[in-house]
Design a protein around this ligand. Structure first.
Ligand SMILES: NCC(=O)CCC(=O)O
Ligand SMILES: [Mg+2]
Length: 341
């Protein structure tokens, strides 16, 4: 029987700093690694041609018309980014209480999907399934007389939106609305319409977060929403077990991938989802997380590259298989530069 020396596991036999001393041994024991394969680039799409608008609260992010979106998509393919997520900026006159523009086959999202898939078939294209870019009141669902968001009526519209995007050739539909039962309804409709390979990435644990502000500026829904909140359908930031139930339901209903959103303030949720379910798990580093880093970087208070890569690596460490991030293109560029060093 072998017994270990009592000094094993103690200083000075154990010096944790030995392995950290040189780059080679730091590299050998590195447990998690961010790769370009992990990145999904969200993009804001505008109507018109040759339109490029910066988003003031998201430095480095621009809204693009479809012609310029295609140029950007080409750059992302060249960088090796596997997928993009498209967010249409709906002109105010097309927003209605019933969000009917959400399933217009000639709407901005399906047109953008068709254009990107025609030119870059290998690039994964994902669209949001939710009504907030299309409602005059900025909520993710249709309202009853008292202003409550109606669940089942909203799900019916989400199904129309899903089929509209699937017809356009989207690879992944991503319900971000947090209505109950929408994943099952979408999956059933996709199967029935022979879109059996359209993947669903469910925004399963989407929190009623205050970090979405810059995104609402970017898609122009902030003014519509006003002071109203989304607490009756998005989750309370105080909760964890509830997120587990949301994820379990979405997987049972046929989600291929689940998502936790936001990311950095919710690393514990990402970790618990990944370790509990073992399903493909995604994190959304949201607009407010991006804006915080960029604002501090602009002031010279933080190093943009170092902090962005650290944040993204932390999401991987927590268990994310992939990350939606406004840093995706820059991160891919930085990773490439590091490889070539
Ligand atoms: N459905 C997509 C989002 O709501 C994004 C939020 C953000 O980036 O703040
Ligand atoms: Mg749910």
């Amino acid at each position: 029987m072998t017994t270990h020396s009592t000094t094993v596991g103690y200083f000075p036999g154990v010096r944790m700093r030995r392995m950290r001393r040189d780059a080679f041994s730091r590299r050998l024991m590195r447990e998690n690694r961010l790769s370009t394969d992990d990145l999904i680039q969200p993009l804001f799409v505008l109507d018109g041609e040759k339109q490029r608008q910066p988003v003031p609260s998201m430095p480095g992010v621009e809204r693009l018309s479809i012609d310029l979106l295609l140029e950007e998509a080409g750059r992302l393919v060249e960088l090796g980014i596997p997928a993009i997520a498209l967010f249409p900026v709906t002109p105010p006159d097309l927003k209605t209480p019933d969000a009917r523009e959400a399933y217009n086959p000639n709407g901005l999202a399906p047109r953008a999907v068709r254009a990107v898939k025609a030119q870059f078939p290998e690039l994964g294209v994902m669209t949001d399934v939710a009504l907030d870019p299309f409602t005059s009141h900025g909520q993710d669902g249709v309202l009853d007389d008292q202003g409550h968001i109606l669940n089942d009526e909203t799900v019916e519209i989400l199904v129309k939106q899903t089929l509209c995007h699937a017809e356009a050739g989207v690879d992944i539909v991503a319900p971000s609305d947090m209505m109950d039962g929408r994943v099952g309804a979408m999956r059933e409709a996709l199967e029935a319409a022979d879109h059996v390979n359209t993947r669903i990435m469910a925004y399963s644990a989407k929190y009623a977060s205050s970090y979405y502000g810059p995104f609402r500026d970017a898609v122009g829904s902030a003014a519509n929403l006003g002071a109203a909140g989304k607490q009756t359908y998005q989750m309370d930031p105080a909760n964890t077990d509830e997120a587990m139930r949301e994820v379990a339901l979405d997987l049972e209903e046929g989600a291929d991938m689940v998502m936790v959103k936001p990311a950095m303030p919710y690393l514990d949720i990402i970790h618990r989802v990944r370790t509990t379910f073992g399903a493909p798990t995604f994190a959304y580093q949201v607009s407010g997380e991006y804006a915080m880093l960029m604002a501090a970087a602009k002031e010279g208070w933080l190093d943009e590259r170092a902090c962005a890569l650290e944040a993204l690596t932390a999401m991987k460490r927590a268990g994310a298989d992939g990350i939606l991030t406004y840093f995706a293109a820059r991160a891919a560029q930085w990773l490439r530069e590091d490889e070539n060093k």
